[in-house]
Write a protein that binds this ligand. Structure first.
Ligand code: ASP
Length: 347
């Protein structure tokens, strides 16, 4: 808790998305409501013994319009207000929430306070909204302390549909259900039922003495190639060997397999000889890349592709943005990609 006040304090950051929309009159289009009046929209928040401030981005956006600039602004805002608040709740559209949560997890280094993303499938003002429960639980989690008085979840996480997921492990799996997010390769950090049960054993904490710092230099020169039957050499070369990319994510089949034909392997070798980072991520929702299992995977490995293990594409992309921004040398990027930086891979 901030020593200058007796109540724990939370900063509620509103970026846009369905959760904050309101129908001012029947039949009118949904518009964002004024978050300075959040307590009148969600009076339940007043029952917490918490000081809740809000910060509203301008303009508010549908999260399909999210650009890395929003992540930089979020990282700076959290850095600037870190001493003042015990935790942060970020209200965000669901469509790209997994990207934003992944990005922030890599941009906030040595994080010692909760940054909990949430949103909803139905606007908070509608009768059957999932937004109120998501928001109230996210606030409770962001302010929760352990027996030693430390923040219970000093991670970037996503709370949605009664489950708290590591931000860089989650993915949107359902466009309609209230349980829209899953993290198939990582157990939930907490589950909200009658009580909120925390999975303390897997919640990450910064190393003792590790300073907090933000990484806001992002290099977005990354392409994502999804392997599919019928893919052509022209298309593969365009994605993997283009002069404007430093790295490519190759979304492969199963345990990291792709076309084994010489034309494709030659393109991989060409990209590798150009010094590109080539990262193998599986198209499967769960499970890991293992390029030693099949000859097709082995051919990729031998041609210079490195393993993304069991990370999501959202996590791989944003990790690359941060590492490419951090290192000029792609060899250093490859070494850092192989490290489990924020719990994003299982090794
Ligand atoms: N398109 C909306 C957005 O991502 C959907 C939502 O908020 O859930 O901003």
């Amino acid at each position: 808790m901030n020593p200058t006040q007796d109540k724990a304090s939370i900063l509620l950051i509103y970026t846009g998305g369905t959760i904050g929309m309101k129908e001012n009159a029947p039949g009118e289009p949904l518009r964002p409501f004024d978050f300075d009046h959040i307590l009148s929209e969600v009076p339940e928040l007043g029952k917490f013994a918490l000081k809740i401030d809000s910060y509203t981005f301008d303009p508010l956006i549908d999260s399909s319009d999210v650009e890395p600039g929003l992540w930089t602004a979020l990282a700076r805002l959290i850095e600037q207000s870190r001493d003042k608040y015990d935790g942060f709740v970020v209200l965000h559209g669901t469509d790209t929430m997994a990207y934003s949560a992944s990005a922030l997890s890599f941009m906030l280094e040595g994080l010692d306070k909760p940054v909990i993303f949430t949103g909803s499938q139905l606007p908070i003002s509608t009768l059957r909204t999932d937004g109120k429960e998501n928001l109230v639980s996210a606030v409770e989690i962001a302010s929760a302390k352990d027996a030693l008085g430390r923040p219970r979840v000093p991670e970037v996480a996503v709370f949605f549909g009664s489950t708290l997921l590591r931000g860089n492990r989650c993915t949107k799996v359902d466009s309609e259900s209230f349980t829209a997010f899953k993290s198939p390769n990582c157990p939930p950090l907490a589950e909200a039922g009658i009580n909120i049960i925390y999975n303390d054993a897997i919640i990450r904490r910064p190393a003792p003495g590790q300073p907090f710092q933000i990484r806001t230099k992002l290099d977005t020169s990354v392409s994502v190639l999804k392997i599919h039957p019928g893919i052509t050499a022209d298309l593969a070369r365009y994605f993997l060997c283009g002069s404007r990319t430093r790295a490519s994510i190759i979304e492969t089949y199963g345990s990291g397999n792709a076309i084994s034909q010489p034309w494709f392997i030659d393109i991989i070798k060409e990209a590798d000889s150009m010094g590109k980072v080539l990262l193998n991520v599986t198209q499967c929702l769960s499970g890991s890349v293992n390029m030693d299992l099949y000859a097709t995977g082995k051919a990729l490995k031998d041609a210079g592709v490195i393993s993304g293990y069991d990370c999501t594409t959202e996590s791989a992309l944003t990790k690359l943005f941060v590492l490419l921004g951090q290192y000029q040398d792609n060899q250093q990027v490859k070494c850092a990609l192989d490290e489990n930086l924020r719990g994003e891979i299982t090794k």
